[in-house]
Design a protein around this ligand. Structure first.
Ligand code: ATP
Ligand code: MG
Length: 439
C-alpha cells in the first residue's frame, strides 16, 4: 500500500456532520448581512506579498512570523496566502474604483492562513467572516458594525460575549504617546521580553498587545494613548459611545486594546469571551482610514471587523447552541432492484417540487431486506418513508408512511397516517411531505 497522506498540520478537513454546522452559521451570517445592506465581495486567496507588508505593517506578528509566502516559480513574483482579508478588500476597492459612486458596505468569508502554533481556537488555516464599510467617516457606521455583531450573537443564541473598545486616535497623537511609552519602557528594560526589546524603537505600541503573562503588569501601568487624544478624536470616540448607549449595548473601555495590525486608527474593538480558554477573542476590528493611501489608492475612510468562524462554532458547542443535523423529508424504500428505473424519475420529480428525498442505495446483491431499509430510513431522520413495493407500483402508487410523531406544536390527532399517493401526479401531494415548500 502507498504511504498514507495527511492534511497539513493546523489545517482541518470539515466533514459531515460538522460541515452542517458551518452551513448553518454561513446562512445566518448571510441573512443578517442582507438585512443590514451589506454585499458580498470575493477576492483571491493569493495576493502580492507587498500588500500585507505595506498594509499590515512590517513590525507585526503576522508579517514578521506568520505569513505563508513563496516565490512564483514561473515569474519570480513574491506571493502570500492571505493571512487576513481587509487589505485584499481595500486593494480590490482601489483596483475597481468600487467607491466611485459613494460608500460601500461589503462582507466576505473564507479561509485565511497564518503560521501559528496550532491549539484550540488557533489554526494555520482558519476561516474568517468579515464586514467592511468603506467610504464612511463614522462614527455611525462604526456603531452599526458593532450593533450588527451584537445582533449576530443574539440570533445565534450566544451569551457572555463582552465588548471592549478603545480609540487609537490619529498618527500624530500616537506619535506623542509613542515617546512617552518608549521612555516608560526604557525605564523598565529589565522586564522586557525578546519581542518587546526588538520592538521598543520600531513599534512600541505593539508591545501593549503582548500575550506574555510576565509582562501584563508592566503594560497595564504603561502611559495611555487615551490621555494623548486631541479634541476631534475624543469627539469621535464619545459619539460612538453615545450610539452604543442608545442601543443599550454595554462595553468596557480597554486602553490596552491596540490590535495586531498597524492600519487601525480611532475606533478599535474586540468581542471577547472567557469560555474559550486563552483564545477568547471571537471578533475584532476597527477603523482604518489610512489603509487606502498606504496601498496606493485615493484616501478613503473605512471601518470593519472580522470574526473567527472556528471560535464562534466552538463557543456555540460550548453553550449547547449548535443546531440538530439536517434530515431529508422522505426516504425511499425500494424492495426490488428491478423497480429502480421506475422509482428514480418519481424521486426526481419530487425533488423538482422542492422535496428533500434520499433513495435507498442497493448493494451488489440487491436492495437489502425491508428491515434493513427501514433501519436506514429511520437513521436518516426522514419524516416519511416512501414505499415503492411491487403491489404499490402495480397500482401506479407509492405508500407514504410516517416515521415520526407530530411536529412540535402539531396536534397528535393531526399527525398524518399512512396514505397511498399516485405516481402520475407528484405535484399534487409533494406539499404533504414538506409543508414549508415556498409556493
Ligand atoms: P489573536 O490575538 O487571537 O492572535 P488576532 O488579533 O491575530 O487574534 P485578527 O487578526 O484580529 O486576530 O483576526 C480576527 C479574528 O480571527 C480573531 O478575533 C479570531 O477570532 C480569529 N483568528 C485569528 N487568528 C486565528 C487563528 N490562527 N485560528 C483561528 N482563528 C483565528
Ligand atoms: Mg494573532
Amino acid at each position: 500500500m502507498a504511504e498514507k497522506l495527511s492534511a497539513v498540520k493546523g489545517m482541518n478537513d470539515i466533514a459531515p456532520p460538522v460541515s452542517a454546522h458551518w452551513e448553518w452559521l454561513e446562512d445566518k451570517l448571510r441573512s443578517l448581512m442582507l438585512r443590514y445592506g451589506y454585499r458580498n465581495l470575493r477576492t483571491p486567496i493569493v495576493e502580492p506579498t507587498a500588500l500585507f507588508v505595506r498594509g499590515l505593517g512590517e513590525v507585526t506578528d503576522i508579517v514578521e512570523k506568520e505569513m505563508y509566502s513563496f516565490e512564483d516559480r514561473l515569474n519570480g513574483e513574491q506571493l502570500t496566502l492571505r493571512p487576513e482579508n481587509t487589505a485584499g478588500v481595500v486593494r480590490a476597492a482601489v483596483e475597481h474604483s468600487l467607491l466611485y459612486d459613494g460608500g460601500k458596505r461589503l462582507y466576505y468569508m473564507g479561509p485565511m492562513f497564518r503560521h501559528e502554533r496550532p491549539q484550540r481556537g488557533r489554526y494555520r488555516q482558519f476561516h474568517q467572516f468579515g464586514a467592511e464599510a468603506l467610504g464612511f467617516v463614522g462614527p455611525d457606521v462604526d456603531a452599526e458594525l458593532i450593533v450588527l455583531a451584537c445582533d449576530l450573537w443574539a440570533e445565534l443564541g450566544l451569551e457572555g460575549i463582552e465588548l471592549e473598545i478603545n480609540s487609537l486616535g490619529q498618527p500624530a497623537e500616537r506619535q506623542a504617546h509613542r515617546q512617552a511609552l518608549i521612555t516608560y519602557l526604557e525605564g523598565h528594560a529589565d522586564q522586557l521580553d525578546e519581542d518587546a526589546k526588538r520592538r521598543l524603537h520600531s513599534n512600541p505600541l505593539r508591545i501593549l498587545d503582548t500575550k506574555n503573562p510576565a509582562m501584563q503588569a508592566l503594560v497595564n501601568a504603561a502611559p495611555r494613548l487615551m490621555d494623548h487624544l486631541g479634541a476631534e478624536s475624543l469627539e469621535h470616540f464619545n459619539r460612538l459611545r453615545g450610539l452604543l448607549d442608545a442601543h443599550g449595548i454595554g462595553y468596557r473601555i480597554n486602553p490596552r486594546l491596540v490590535r495586531g495590525m498597524d492600519y487601525y486608527n480611532l475606533s478599535v474593538f474586540e468581542f471577547v469571551t472567557t469560555q474559550l480558554g486563552s483564545q477568547g477573542t471571537v471578533c475584532a476590528g476597527g477603523r482604518y482610514d489610512g489603509l487606502f493611501e498606504q496601498i496606493g489608492g485615493k484616501a478613503a475612510p473605512a471601518v470593519g471587523w472580522a470574526l473567527g468562524m472556528e471560535r464562534i462554532l466552538e463557543l456555540l458547542k460550548e453553550q449547547g447552541k449548535l443546531p440538530g443535523q439536517p434530515a431529508p423529508d422522505a426516504y425511499a424504500v425500494v424492495p426490488d432492484a428491478g423497480s429502480v428505473p421506475r422509482v428514480m424519475p418519481v424521486l426526481r420529480a419530487l425533488r423538482q417540487q422542492g422535496v428533500q428525498v434520499q433513495m435507498h442505495a442497493g448493494g451488489a446483491d440487491g436492495m437489502g431486506s425491508m428491515k434493513s431499509q427501514f433501519k436506514k430510513a429511520d437513521a436518516s431522520g426522514a419524516r416519511f418513508a416512501l414505499i415503492f413495493g411491487p403491489d404499490e407500483l402495480a397500482q401506479g402508487c407509492v405508500s407514504v408512511k410516517p416515521l415520526r410523531g407530530p411536529r412540535p406544536g402539531e396536534d397528535a390527532a393531526e399527525a398524518p397516517a399512512q396514505v397511498s399517493q399516485p405516481l402520475a401526479d407528484v405535484a399534487a401531494w409533494a406539499q404533504s411531505l414538506r409543508p414549508t415548500i415556498p409556493r
